[in-house]
Design a protein around this ligand. Structure first.
Ligand code: 4LI
Ligand code: NI
Length: 188
């Protein structure tokens, strides 16, 4: 299982690398990695598991964060977050997006960043995405709210981009044109 000690932090070069496409059928290793990533986000939202293994909560984690530069990430939102979505995304892409933007009014956090970095992170408010699951089946879905934000945050990891790269350095809380603020962790 993935623990906090397995997660690389800001400054590690893998977080700035462009991750490689994954080939199908998935190797046993890639399958295990995919399942471990999803298991981490599920466990990280469970109070007993947090306490027992000293996990930091997250809704998303990407393979490069465990020092594997492959295009895989996992997202998990349970009912309490107002969403119900659990996915492994392999070779993911955004096929279309809204003109409207969105940002978390509380800012973004990242399992690979140990300090709070204040500021708005502009994202697309709605995205239509495509990815492959572990069986190699392609799926397509439309996301909004926190899932849309998290998908873009994790996709950025596969391209060596960190959330704070998007923060306005002059004024981290500068108004973002044509954007909606997401206040609750669930969005809307
Ligand atoms: C406990 C159990 C307040 C501060 C509000 C916690 C279950 C921040 C928000 C959670 C913030 C769960 C989250 C992300 C933010 C802040 C991620 C709590 C886990 C809220 C997820 C990837 C950015 C995603 C909304 C600096 C590790 N997650 N909060 N940002 N939650 N969580 N991100 N922002 N301010 N990061 O962090 O998984 S996109 Cl579900
Ligand atoms: Ni992150």
């Amino acid at each position: 299982m993935i623990l906090m000690k397995d997660i690389i932090r800001e400054g590690h070069p893998t977080l700035r690398a462009k991750s490689k496409e994954v080939q199908f059928p998935l190797s046993e290793e890639d399958r295990k990695l995919s399942e471990d990533l999803l298991e981490y986000v599920i466990n990280s939202q469970n109070d007993e598991m947090i306490e027992k293994y000293d996990l930091r909560p997250g809704v998303g984690i990407a393979a490069p964060q465990v020092n594997v530069p492959k295009r895989i990430f996992a997202l998990h939102f349970d009912e309490n977050s107002g969403e119900n979505l659990s996915l492994i995304a392999i070779n993911p892409k955004i096929v279309s997006h809204s003109v409207e933007k969105a940002y978390l009014s509380a800012g973004e956090g990242c399992l690979s960043v140990d300090r709070p970095i204040p500021g708005y992170v502009p994202r697309y408010a709605r995205v239509t995405v495509k990815a492959f699951d572990i069986e190699g089946k392609e799926y397509k879905m439309r996301l909004k709210g926190l899932p849309a934000i998290a998908f873009q945050h994790e996709l950025d990891h596969l391209n060596g981009i960190m959330f704070f790269d998007h923060i306005n350095p002059k004024n981290p809380f500068a108004e973002i044109d044509n954007a909606i603020a997401i206040d609750r962790a669930s969005g809307e």
